[in-house]
Design a protein around this ligand. Structure first.
Ligand code: GDP
Ligand code: IMO
Ligand code: MG
Length: 435
């Protein structure tokens, strides 16, 4: 498939990094289209582990070109720190990592403001439980039309505009009773970073459209997940970008009619980091087992992830709003030790059965799960390397998820490594190939 969008079908951390890495083998270009270094995509290559935040996971394969699209927010210092880490890990990024000139910058005052709002939230307003990377304030400035973009780093008035913004944000920080940022320190941090970033700034939309028109293969790497989408997610407990597939078009400049395939990544259960309702969340030994076996700690903040059973209402909704053609179902191996597995098939809301996701957060918070019980396989799945080798009950579980969500599974994953990836019998028809 020449152009494919990959998105998270739940609340993030579905294993997108691993699946992007697997699918990148067939792609020429990998583009992020939203988010910033709030993301944490873990990829295991042999015994080496990489955690990517802003840089597309595709960077780990030589000869692939990566683009941070216009829909992203780039923290200059964060970007360079990550770049240094990736290069120290033996990855040469020269000439194959580009930043769209239209991408917004997430600057030190955005981080400060993110922290200020979260602290204020603790005292009574809404606390989102953000990653404190300044994501919300950076996107807010974009919408206010006062944001600075990567391309502005190439212009002579950049320092002056940056100075004006620091001053304005210091006024807002004062309202929150927070410490003022040292204007000169911010200018030095950002200008120093700009010196190293300039050579990577280019027109990402032109680059990607030329690639698509030349029939090269482009993989659009989503960050976060459907339920964190600013419009379609569990608002206000969301991130500040469009994480759903439509974001790939607006966030890169490649038009929707050029995007051929949409793959959703879902965990075989559900996790969430941060605040907000989560109907199938577990507070018992089953949840602890998922957290322990699945090593469920945030890759960006190290926070423990909340765990629960697979929520088919959420996944069905993800199929609808993203147009998911097929699923990559990850972390099936984490369910290896369960006698019985539950799946949330609908919600109970004030005594009524609800099949669709309520938009209102108070109503969503009142939803309790209606479960279907499915026999577990209760044996080791991690050694399986083909669909036939998977335990029968594991295959039946995947089949049931397909029925409940309305999309087929093309790939299933039984471990973090590249070779722990299995194509389903439907893969060929869906145009999925791995070599
Ligand atoms: P992302 O944000 O969607 O890229 O996901 P994260 O990288 O934050 O979290 C997924 C975690 O699960 C990472 O540590 C992966 O290495 C790991 N992982 C991915 N697929 C599998 C799998 O099939 N089984 C197991 N056990 N771990 C997996
Ligand atoms: P990946 O790409 C899981 C969550 C935060 C918080 C909310 C808003 O690794 O799947 P933000 O800092 O974006 O303003 O925080 O969104 N969040 C994520 N949760 N995975 C992520 O990314 C996330 N990025 C943000 O925990 O609840
Ligand atoms: Mg993650």
């Amino acid at each position: 498939m020449a152009t494919r969008v990959l998105i998270g079908g739940q609340w993030g951390d579905e294993g997108k990094g691993k699946i992007v890495d697997v699918l990148t083998e067939q792609a020429n270009w990998i583009a992020r289209f939203q988010g910033g270094n709030n993301a944490g995509h873990t990829v295991k290559v042999g015994d080496q582990k990489y955690v990517l935040h802003l840089i597309p996971s595709g960077i780990l394969r030589e000869e692939k070109t990566c683009v941070l699209g216009n829909g992203c927010v780039i923290d200059p210092a964060g970007f360079l720190k990550e770049l240094d880490e990736v290069e120290a890990g033996g990855v040469d990024t020269s000439g194959r990592l580009w930043i769209s000139d239209r991408a917004q910058l997430a600057l030190p005052y955005h981080r400060a403001l993110d922290g200020a709002r979260e602290e204020a939230g603790k005292k009574g307003d809404v606390k989102i439980g953000t990653t404190r990377r300044g994501i919300g304030p950076a996107y807010a400035d974009k919408m206010h039309r006062i944001g600075l973009r990567a391309g502005d780093m190439l212009e002579p008035d950049f320092e002056e505009r940056l100075r004006r913004n620091v001053r304005e944000h210091n006024l807002i920080l004062e309202l929150y009773g927070r410490e003022q940022l040292d204007e000169d320190a911010v200018i030095t941090e950002v200008l120093t970073a700009a010196d190293r970033m300039r050579e990577r700034i280019a027109d990402g939309s032109v680059m990607l459209n030329q690639a698509v028109n030349a029939d090269e293969s482009v993989l659009f790497e989503g960050a976060q997940g459907t339920m964190l989408d600013i419009d379609h997610g569990s608002y206000p407990f969301v991130t500040s970008s469009n994480t759903t597939s439509g974001g790939a078009a607006t966030g890169t400049g490649v038009p929707p009619n050029k995007i051929q395939d949409v793959v959703g990544v879902v965990k075989a259960y559900t996790t969430r980091v941060g605040e907000g309702p989560f109907p199938s969340e577990l507070f018992d030994a089953d949840g602890e087992q998922m957290a322990r076996v699945g090593d469920e700690f945030g890759a960006t903040t190290g926070r423990p992830r909340r765990c629960g059973w697979f929520d088919a209402v959420v996944a069905r909704y993800a199929v609808m709003v993203n147009g998911v053609n097929w699923w990559a179902v990850t972390k099936l191996d984490v369910l290896d030790g369960f006698e019985t597995i539950k799946v949330c098939v609908a919600y109970d809301l004030d005594g009524e059965r609800v099949e669709q996701l309520p938009a209102n957060i108070q109503r969503f918070a009142k939803c309790t799960p209606i479960y279907e019980e499915i026999p577990g396989w209760n044996c080791d799945s991690t050694q399986a390397r083909s669909w036939e080798e998977l335990p029968e009950a594991c295959k039946a579980y995947v089949r049931r998820l397909e029925e409940l969500t309305g999309a087929p599974a093309g790939i299933v994953s039984v471990g973090p490594k590249r070779d722990e990836t299995i194509l389903s019998p439907a893969a060929e028809k869906l145009g999925i190939t791995l070599s």
